[in-house]
Design a protein around this ligand. Structure first.
Ligand code: ZN
Length: 315
């Protein structure tokens, strides 16, 4: 009865996923329902509260055991105030989420952005379990990230810490524009979008590659072609891996994490991606900053968001 539980909310554009974790970050129960974001923020907040109450009712735990509720979402947030300034995928503006949910639920509530939350999830209950200092990359449509220092998400001034995808790392002569308004960001080469773009460029240039036979190239097609020995595909994969490895070499001498964790769809490629990343990291990182440091795949998959959100209120 005295055991504390933590409830995490992964607030997505179409689905709200809710989970209960114990104090060690083990995911005990999940529940999900539609977001219906188009009905507005007020209805959305009520729906979140409803799902949280429902999951606790359906679990073997009592409401009194709930130590806090955390929510992760995409968008521009005032994290300390728990305020959603603007969320693109929900189309919600100026929502005092923490205040509303605390009033509805009567327990402490915290919010944070989805990349930070996924990082915290991996650090608490996933591949970073037992590691107080780790840095997580999420390789998907973009490149997200999160920095865990002494077991906590490091947010920085203005909440912009951990935006690893926007490290300007590609030299000017090869740099292309990024969504963020800068150029040469890591995201332009190491995200699924970046990998597909490089593949299309190669095909258009007339490079000899099996990718030319594919109508709508995906990042997975590039990795599959690489695994089959396609040299153009391998060159693209190595370029994506090169900049990831270089970025980690920089992070290693700034933050000195013990573990780099890579998640997101692109990370499913496995060794063909991880091996060159490790090689580059080893090559460009000073000995003292790489000893005892490893680079591993994330282990929670889609659950990282809900686990990390639950961890937001952990003391
Ligand atoms: Zn950028």
């Amino acid at each position: 009865m005295s055991e504390k539980i933590y409830v995490g909310v992964d607030l997505g554009g179409t689905t709200i996923k809710v989970g209960i974790c114990d104090a060690e970050g083990n995911l005990k129960q999940t529940y999900e329902g539609p977001t219906k974001a188009e009905e507005g923020a007020e209805a959305g907040m009520e729906r979140i509260a409803q799902y949280v109450r429902t999951i606790v009712e359906q679990s073997p735990y009592e409401w009194e055991q709930v130590a806090g509720v955390g929510a992760g979402m995409a968008g521009f947030l005032d994290i300390p105030k728990g305020f959603i300034k603007f969320s693109n995928n929900l189309d919600w503006h100026n929502v005092p989420a923490k205040e509303i949910l605390e009033a509805k639920l009567g327990v402490p509530v915290a919010i944070n952005n989805d990349a930070n939350v996924a990082a915290l999830g991996e650090a608490w209950g996933g591949a970073g379990r037992g590691y107080a200092n780790c840095v997580c990359y999420t390789l998907g449509t973009g490149v997200g990230g999160g920095i865990i220092i002494n077991g906590k998400v490091y947010e920085g001034f203005g909440g912009m810490a951990g935006e690893l995808g926007h490290m300007a790392i590609v030299p000017d002569l090869e740099a292309i524009n990024c969504n963020c308004g800068q150029k040469g960001c890591l995201e332009t080469v190491s995200s699924a979008t970046g990998i597909v773009r490089m593949a299309k460029d190669a095909v258009e240039r007339g490079d000899r590659t099996s990718l030319a036979l594919i109508e709508k190239i995906t990042a997975k097609d590039v990795f599959d072609a690489g695994k089959a020995g396609d040299e153009v595909a391998l060159r693209i994969i190595n370029r994506a891996a090169y900049y990831l490895g270089r970025s980690m070499a920089s992070i290693a001498v700034v933050v000195n994490p013990q573990r780099f964790i890579i998640g997101g769809g692109v990370s499913k490629a496995g060794d063909i991606l991880f091996e060159p990343i490790r090689e580059i990291f080893k090559k460009y990182t000073p000995e003292h900053a790489q000893t005892g440091v490893d680079i591993v795949p994330a282990s929670l998959g889609n659950d990282a968001g809900v686990v990390g959100a639950a961890g937001l209120t952990l003391r």
